[in-house]
Design a protein around this ligand. Structure first.
Ligand SMILES: [Zn+2]
Length: 282
């Protein structure tokens, strides 16, 4: 029996806003719109752009933001309209082609690029906004409004009942795939209230004994997923049909197709299997 190990917090990255005065090496996460530059090495692993090549991103032609240091190496985001002929794609293109730390940095970069692009003007008065001198914020000097990168907290939960788990699929999932339930926190709610409400809304059942397991930034486009196990209490499955195509109780020894090991939904499932002493699928 292999015990599931929740991913360790990344310790190799230090977040910073102010770039060092001189940069002699660096990693550049290059975007065109919402898509990231896709380049893969001889082992089919994705690579950010290196420092030498990044000199082409002259000020004024591309938006460049400093993110911090990974293992001491400065990291930058770039939004460019150039690089004709290169291939760009969604962040999901990196799944299976990079490790957890590099994927989390690509997701962080995507959110910084999206924040900067989306806050060029004040949301209240419409005047042009400027970059804050120290913080990751866009500022309207007229209204004194600071706009920080937006994060949308959401819950993701594995509902369990003995050796069964409740998994659901929505219309957007690949054929046959089931996953844990998830939903966004509403203003005024605690995380626990969100969880109970979302489970009730999506599949009609009541849950109890909520247990927090861990979190994952999910940059599609700006979620922060807070992962729980919750014990079934009562009620029959009733689908919220606008969102959920199907939901079923599955025996843990006969699970359907489930998400890959890059996603917190999978970590929640594997952690429960581990608790039951059932080996997780590869
Ligand atoms: Zn304003």
């Amino acid at each position: 029996m292999s015990l599931f190990a929740w991913p360790e917090p990344a310790t190799d990255f230090v977040s910073e806003v102010l770039a060092p005065a001189s940069v002699v090496q660096g990693w550049y996460f290059v975007f065109k719109g919402n898509e990231i530059l896709l380049r893969f090495d001889a082992h089919d692993q994705w690579q950010p752009m290196g420092h030498g090549e990044a000199a082409q991103f002259a000020a004024g032609q591309s938006a460049v933001h400093y993110m911090g240091r990974m293992a001491g190496v400065p990291c930058f985001t770039v939004e460019t309209t150039g690089l004709a002929g290169e291939i760009f794609g969604g962040l999901r293109s990196l799944f299976g082609h990079t490790d957890k730390l590099m994927f989390s940095l690509a997701g962080r970069a995507a959110q910084i690029v999206d924040w900067y692009r989306s806050h060029q003007f004040c949301g209240r008065c419409g005047r042009a906004a400027v970059t804050h001198e120290r913080d990751r914020a866009m500022v309207c000097e007229h209204c004194r409004i600071h706009s920080y990168p937006r994060l949308s907290p959401s819950i993701i939960v594995l509902v369990h009942r003995g050796d069964e788990v409740l998994l659901a699929r929505n219309q957007r999932f690949p054929q046959g795939m089931y996953s844990t339930l998830a939903g966004f926190v509403e203003p005024g709610e605690s995380i626990e209230e969100t969880l109970v409400r979302e489970v009730k809304e999506e599949v009609g059942v009541n849950v109890t004994n909520l247990a927090y397991h861990g979190s994952q930034p999910w940059p599609f486009p700006n979620s922060l997923m807070l992962g729980f196990h919750a014990e079934y209490e009562s009620g029959d499955i009733v689908l919220q049909e606008e969102e959920i195509a199907d939901a079923q109780w599955f025996n843990c020894r006969q699970l359907p197709s489930i998400p890959g090991k890059v996603a917190i939904s999978r970590w929640l499932i594997d952690a429960y299997l581990s608790r039951l002493g059932i080996p997780a699928a590869e």
